[in-house]
Design a protein around this ligand. Structure first.
Ligand SMILES: Nc1ncnc2c1ncn2[C@@H]1O[C@H](COP(=O)(O)OP(=O)(O)O)[C@@H](O)[C@H]1O
Ligand SMILES: O=C(O)[C@@H](O)C(=O)COP(=O)(O)O
Length: 411
């Protein structure tokens, strides 16, 4: 019986939420897009629908999210988890508020908690302000994101600017008093509100999860999922698919830049050349595919790395974002045709483009590799439905050796 339905605004966010549900013992599946039937969710406790809505026009994001929640409700999900980024990534127009307003209306939720915190990944909320490790969000590398630059840290302010509902707050001091006090504080906020709740530890998340155990709608990063009570269910192992290995890093984030720098010391690597893509896209894809095939012929177990951003000064105009995403998507298809079967994609938007182009519609997860990260198995409709192992990496997740170490989990 489906217990939870999740709707995530990007594909890495979907695997992030599914990873944390699985860590608490739920059987999970990630569905890409909304073209599914409720029967696809038989035998699953938690299903996350991955959308590519974070940077979409507001009306598109709202309608896609509504359709996803409807599908999950039709499949029997009694509760919906609206998953956005743990760094509250949104464009100037801002989709988090309108999406949350629409879900709250559709589901009849009077008060919806807003919990971006994910302490295992360094995201905490204290006195309404979002921190990335020791820095305020506005002072972190997220200030320079090409699509969603974050220049404020107060989550109540960020959400108020995007939402038609009023925005309340529950302080960390109240969270320390436990679930009953948190519930009372949420209920004290006027009806038709969203309620930002401070949290700096997994114990805080457990208290918030207990306080909201009967809410039809919750929202946040993936951290709140770690607040669920642990069940001891035996998760089915993920089948490993043998084949060549690649990293496609379309993320411009700080953590990815460190991972690229680290991997370049030991892996064959190529940086996407925006000028070459602009002048002859197909020739550049063909050139990189021939290069990768030559690397695999030399060392079949060694991954190749293609990246868009190696250093802050590489980040070009946002106008190139779609071109770079399209290049990653085409490379994924061309690499698959050459025998690649294990693919790590860095970046949420990039992962969305790559999965859509490969025609992957469902991911079944393996065990966690790092906070919010798991390998998964999916089938590429664009390549005869062949199975692939896929790791969709949020831009800022993972240690510096991820691109060289992640493969050890594929055994
Ligand atoms: N050097 C670059 N210049 C311009 N845009 C870039 C560059 N590198 C990456 N991008 C674009 O920036 C966006 C990064 O977003 P995303 O894939 O979600 O990564 P992240 O998870 O780090 O946010 C993508 O649209 C990508 O194509
Ligand atoms: O919640 C998170 O931090 C991630 O799941 C996420 O959404 C990150 O987005 P990207 O950095 O764009 O991958």
């Amino acid at each position: 019986m489906l217990e939870w339905g999740g709707v995530a605004d990007d594909f890495t966010g979907a695997t992030d939420l599914a990873t944390n549900w699985r860590a608490r013992g739920l059987r999970v599946a990630v569905l890409l897009g909304v073209d599914h039937s409720p029967a696809d969710l038989d035998g699953v406790d938690g299903a996350v629908i991955a959308l590519k809505s974070r940077t979409a026009p507001v009306t598109d994001a709202v309608s896609a999210t509504r359709a996803a929640a409807r599908l999950l409700r039709d499949a029997g999900a009694p509760r919906i988890y609206d998953k956005y980024c743990s760094t509250f990534d949104s464009t100037a127009a801002g989709n988090i508020g309108p999406v949350l307003d629409a879900l709250a209306t559709d589901l009849g939720a009077d008060r919806t908690v807003v919990v971006p915190a994910f302490p295992d990944a360094g995201r905490t909320v204290y006195q309404r302000r979002l921190f990335v490790f020791d820095e305020l969000l506005e002072s972190s590398h997220m200030r320079h994101h090409p699509l969603t630059p974050m220049t404020r840290s107060d989550v109540t302010e960020l959400l108020t600017a995007q939402s038609d509902r009023s925005v309340g707050w529950v302080s960390w001091r109240t969270v320390q008093e436990g679930a009953v006090a948190i519930r009372a504080a949420i209920d004290a906020v006027p009806a038709r509100s969203h309620v930002v709740v401070d949290a700096v530890s997994n114990a805080d998340l457990a208290a918030i999860a207990a306080a909201t155990a009967n809410d039809v709608l919750v929202s946040g990063g993936s951290g709140l999922a770690l607040g669920l009570p642990l069940r001891h269910a035996a998760a089915a192992p993920m089948p490993v698919v043998e084949g060549f290995r690649a990293v496609l890093a379309g993320s411009a984030s700080h953590a990815t830049q460190g991972q690229v720098a680290h991997a370049r010391e030991s892996l064959p690597s190529a940086r996407l050349d925006t000028a070459a893509l602009t002048s002859d896209f197909t020739a550049e894809i063909d050139r990189l595919t021939a290069w990768a095939a030559a690397q695999w012929a030399d060392a079949p177990r060694r991954p190749v790395l293609v990246y868009a951003t190696g250093a802050p000064e590489d980040v070009g105009d946002g106008a190139h974002a779609a071109l770079i995403e399209a290049a990653h998507a085409e490379l994924a298809v061309a690499f698959t045709a050459r025998g690649m079967r294990q693919l790590l994609v860095a970046g949420g938007e990039t992962s969305g483009s790559v999965m859509q182009r490969l025609g992957v519609t469902r991911l079944d997860l393996g065990d966690p590799v790092a906070p919010g990260l798991s390998w998964a198995r999916g089938r590429a409709a664009a390549h005869g439905g062949d199975p692939l192992n896929l790791l969709l990496k949020s831009g800022n997740f993972g240690g510096s050796d991820l691109f060289t170490a992640a493969w050890e989990h594929l055994r």
